[in-house]
Design a protein around this ligand. Structure first.
Ligand code: XMP
Length: 333
């Protein structure tokens, strides 16, 4: 790419000037491409004075937390803290059925945990060569996010309260007096991917589909219970694995298996057994404002369905959702 190395060099100089040689920077990471690229850039600029925090909210995908940890810590050498808050999140989600209530609870709990972590990080650094105040908060905001929040009040932003690591509320800044640092705010997604490659981030992560902050919680209709999360997780893992094996992953913008939560009657062996319904979704889109269902080969969908019913206990039925956006949305809730 013509100017990516230039961009990296200039950005590193700019970050060093901005942050100085004492202050600490914190940033939430999710394992997604934006937060990972932003984190790696910070690491290159200020080393261990950048602290990445990964909050396990109990509604991440199968093995995801472990994988993110491995990639960021071992492969990219980023100073990372993993906070296992899954019990807290799952506890608070108990009995909550309303999608916006799920989002609000997850968003607010996330900020609470993140604030505690910022204080802990500052304290822990006190008697080390890295001592310094946590003054900056890193966000992986991209140019389209900036545009959308300035000028666009379209379906997605008015229908759902989006929360992700690139869009934490003002409370974060005000409460801690943190200043915002957004090294990707002039870039488009394909530029961030090119930047990621240049920074040595592996192709799988660079091409990863987006994943919402509230995770599997908004891919389960009704109450989020540990049992349901487990089922959705396993089904999703099979679906995404088969998409990858079939060489379709990079042709699809976003795909997942969600759980409908009501039950259908099935036959297991010669027994009548009720089980959950899994809904598969896979869409193609350029801007995530409109989207079409991916036109899988029916044989492929049937193979996925067979494997999910056979391998995921508690599932009796699998369907493929072919609704576009609009009138649908990409997530189930
Ligand atoms: P929808 O469902 O609105 O999704 O068609 C459009 C894009 O936004 C993502 N999305 C979210 N991301 N927090 C996030 O971080 C959210 O609450 C949220 N809701 C939707 C969705 O995954 C898709 O990429």
């Amino acid at each position: 790419n013509w100017n990516m190395s230039n961009f990296i060099d200039q950005e590193i100089v700019r970050i060093r000037k901005l942050v100085g040689d004492k202050a600490q920077v914190i940033g939430a990471v999710s394992g997604g491409v934006d937060s990972t690229v932003a984190a790696k850039l910070m690491k290159e600029a200020i080393g261990d004075r950048f602290h990445a925090v990964l909050v396990d909210n109990g509604v991440m995908r199968l093995n995801e937390c472990k994988q993110v940890k491995e990639t960021l810590q071992q492969h990219l050498g980023i100073n990372l803290t993993v906070v296992d808050a899954s019990q807290k999140f799952l506890g608070g989600l108990k009995g909550v059925e309303d999608p916006e209530k799920k989002r609000k609870f997850i968003g607010n709990t996330f900020i609470d945990i993140f604030e505690e972590e910022a204080i802990r990080i500052e304290k822990a650094a006190e008697n080390t060569p890295n001592a310094g105040k946590v003054e900056w908060f890193l966000q992986g905001t991209l140019y389209p996010d900036v545009i959308e929040s300035i000028s666009f009040k379209g379906p997605s932003s008015t229908i759902k309260t989006h929360h992700n690591v690139g869009g934490l509320p003002q409370r974060m800044m005000d409460g801690q007096g943190l200043k915002l640092i957004e090294p990707l705010r002039e870039l488009f997604k394909d530029e961030v991917r090119a930047l990621g490659r240049q920074l040595g981030i592996n192709e799988e992560l660079v091409m990863r589909h987006p994943f919402p902050g509230p995770g599997i919680a908004i891919r389960i209709i009704g109450e989020v219970t540990p049992e349901r999360v487990e089922i959705a997780r396993k089904a999703d893992h099979i679906f995404i694995g088969m998409i990858k094996e079939a060489g379709l992953y990079n042709k699809i913008s976003q795909a997942y298996a969600g759980l409908l939560t009501n039950k259908m009657v099935g036959v297991m062996g010669d027994k009548r057994e009720e089980g959950y319904i899994i809904s598969l979704r896979a869409v193609v889109t350029t801007d995530f404002m409109t989207a079409d269902a991916y036109p899988f080969d029916m044989e492929f969908v049937m193979k996925v369905a067979r494997r999910i019913v056979n391998e995921v206990e508690g599932v009796a039925n699998v369907e493929y959702n072919v609704t576009g956006k609009p009138p649908g949305t990409i997530e189930m809730q």
